[in-house]
Design a binder for this molecule. Structure first.
Ligand SMILES: [Zn+2]
Length: 101
């Protein structure tokens, strides 16, 4: 996985944007994201939208990947805050994580 880091203020993002949301700079550099992160917060989805109904119940977690970057990911296991998780795959622009062993 790769992320984008603002060359001016070092804000990090998982998606490419034209302007840095913090400082409006337009210069970014690519960097390799760690595949391991920590659960920052999570929500259990029991009533899923039609496209995800086969997966329910599932967990949508905010994962702290680096000091400056949190991403939203899908986890099909029960997790708790502070738990270590790792990237499994990216499907239809959805990040899927699993518990790190
Ligand atoms: Zn910036």
């Amino acid at each position: 996985m790769q992320g984008y880091r603002c060359k001016n203020c070092h804000a990090e993002s998982i998606t490419k944007t034209s302007f840095c949301p913090i400082c409006q700079s337009q210069t970014f550099e690519l960097f390799t994201l760690p595949t391991n992160g920590t659960v920052y917060s999570f929500t259990i989805i029991r009533v899923a939208p039609p496209e995800y109904v086969d997966f329910a119940p599932y967990t949508v977690a905010l994962i702290q990947l680096t000091e400056n970057l949190r991403i939203t990911a899908f986890i099909q296991e029960a997790v708790s805050i502070g738990e270590k998780v790792r990237w499994k795959e990216t499907k239809n622009q959805t990040f899927i994580f699993e518990k790190a062993v």
